[in-house]
Design a protein around this ligand. Sequence first.
Ligand code: SF4
Length: 363
Amino acid sequence: MKVAFPYMGRIHVPLEAILREIGAEPVVPPPPDREVLELGVRLAPEMMCIPFKLTLGNMVRCLQMGADVLAYTSGSWSCRYGYYGRMQQQILRDLGYEYRLLDLRHDQIPFIARFVVGLSGGRLSRAVGRMARALRIGWHKSAAVEEADALARRTTPFARDAKLVRSLLDRVMAEVEQAGTVAELKRLRSGIEARFSAVPTNGRRYAPRVKVVGESFCTIEPFVSFDILRRLGELGVQADPFLTGHRWLGFHGFRIGADDLARAKQAAKKYWRYCVGGEDESSLGHLILAAEQGFDGVVHVHPFGCMPSTVVQPAMVRASQDFDIPYLSLSVDEHTSETGMDTRLEAFVSLLERRSVRPAQSA
Ligand code: SF4
């Protein structure tokens, strides 16, 4: 059975290992690019958000690569995300593609369980054993990806040459993908920090800290955000995303990180009564928490036409004024230009640098 799932950041690294371990054949398309986006833009209704268009283009690629099952996390969200699988199914079927939709929803658990047992030839005990091994290796892969990405973000602003960090990160990621056992992954993880510490430094002692909040897909998938986390690092900033692929998987799979979300919701309460969908409430809450934790600024990255991200903006602006933390809102869609993104980020970073020297000048 050839199983595909939407591409987002590096979640394919653990998911590919999990699928293989439970007896499926994973289909991972090439990373998103302009061509895939244009394909999705052509097929999707014009006003759909960019994550929908990009994942639609990705799924067409997966079907062209022979996938016969498409798996989506799904549910009854108040924004479009919960309906991606069902809406994309309609579009793909109209195009003549035949496949099975695996809706990863709570009310579908019996169906999902039957699917997994079926991959083990209908033998329950075999399926349970395989699933236990799959989750273990998937978890270690995901944790290794998380650690390497975090170290790269921390190292880049202080590196003599950012390219060295990038190539080290690429090497580590390739090793994580190739590792076939938990023992190998543990060995790899124990040495990652030392490898990043060995990157020659540029002598800087301080780098502003910026919290990156916003819509999940935009925060996690570098193609759609123009690799904002790396760009900020190369501009001398320590970027800290409120969400990563690892945390997203942990939360949607096992509710790991629910405390973090509860803290953000609590912080947002004064400005935002309830979540209208997407990451409105958590973005606002993380902006306030970032101010309290001494971050120097907040960047909010969200798709053009995303209702939750759009309606929360006045509250984000108000909270950033009340908590005296610089705030930059970046809306992205298929027309956003790389140059425009660079210019806005450079201006924002220069503002943060000016603020960081202000007390010294007035003393
Ligand atoms: S949060 Fe916004 S961009 Fe994300 S799926 Fe929902 S509507 Fe689309």
